[in-house]
Design a protein around this ligand. Sequence first.
Ligand code: NDP
Ligand code: GUE
Length: 297
Amino acid sequence: MTADIIDGKAFAANLRAKVAAMVPAFREKAGRAPGLAVVLVGEDPASQVYVRNKHKTTVEAGMESFEHRLPADTTQDALTALVEQLNADPAVDGILVQLPLPKQIDESAVLATIDPDKDVDGFHVVNVGRLSTGMHGYVPCTPLGCVMLLKDRLGDLSGKDAVVIGRSNIVGKPMAQLLLAENCTVTVAHSRTAHLPEVVRRADIVVAAVGRPEMVKADWIKPGATVIDVGINRVPGAEPGKTKLVGDVDFAEAVEVAGAITPVPGGVGPMTIAVLLRNTLVAAHRLADVPYDEKAI
Ligand SMILES: NC(=O)C1=CN([C@@H]2O[C@H](COP(=O)(O)OP(=O)(O)OC[C@H]3O[C@@H](n4cnc5c(N)ncnc54)[C@H](OP(=O)(O)O)[C@@H]3O)[C@@H](O)[C@H]2O)C=CC1
Ligand SMILES: Nc1nc(=O)c2c([nH]1)NC[C@@H]1CN(c3ccc(C(=O)N[C@@H](CCC(=O)O)C(=O)O)cc3)C=[N+]21
């Protein structure tokens, strides 16, 4: 039997449309548009693509987009000063500093400078703490997008066995927290995990966030399991000189065993940007003191 393909691209388009539909009422009440500032340091080509996509989708949703491009040799002080300026700017509801940052910059110090109430990426320690204690804050976009796809597919996640492969601050750890909040029994696997294939084989839900192309094989997956592939890996393509994107799951194999699976591209990736707009919409409502129905999106 072949798995159902979870269409993250279509789900994300629907989510963006829902966000866009709520912008006019916000504008009416607040007298301004929701605003998202994206800061890009350096010229990493992949990051430039993401930043361009974010700008385009932000504008399409009727929001204000502020783009700040800084040279690769930007100092810590200059970046911190920009973040502080954005914190103070009433037109800015959400601030995203694109990661990774150049090596002369202390990433956690920069993230700590972002006003937690404008931290639409959910990377500030205050929001990490809010997530782990069940308070309302901002949840990292990629894991929140994954949970939306899972709930859409499976409904209530209570009691499901979930294995998250990867424990980074931006994907693995918040993913595990969110699944725990959904009453899953969560295992977090990483590079030191013993017997990884056996651990993964227990799971009703597998989330792969490793950064290793096609690492998760079909015989690691329990038949019928739901597989969420977060990995974005650029590898050599069929023709010389061409590249293609693959996930952390061997899709061609896994699709024969899983019950449902996200493709790469077209799975989790598009969800990340749609959730970013959703988080910015929520931030705008909170900062402008306009009531927001948390169940709306
Ligand atoms: N779709 C999207 O929007 C996004 C996609 N991504 C993609 O998701 C993937 C993960 O990203 P990110 O979390 O930032 O990556 P990191 O490199 O920060 O973390 C990778 C994690 O995988 C673990 N790991 C590495 N090798 C193995 C192995 N052989 N077996 C088991 N675990 C292993 C590491 O373990 P340890 O901690 O022990 O080192 C680590 O916890 C990447 O492909 C990235 O491009 C990331 C962000 C957003
Ligand atoms: N502060 C910060 N926040 C982030 O959320 C953040 C970041 N830094 N740094 C980089 C990672 C990566 N990331 C992606 C976003 C969209 C796609 C996406 O749209 N992917 C498309 C394909 C895009 C393509 O073709 O290259 C897809 O999977 O279908 C992928 C990856 C956000 N990240």
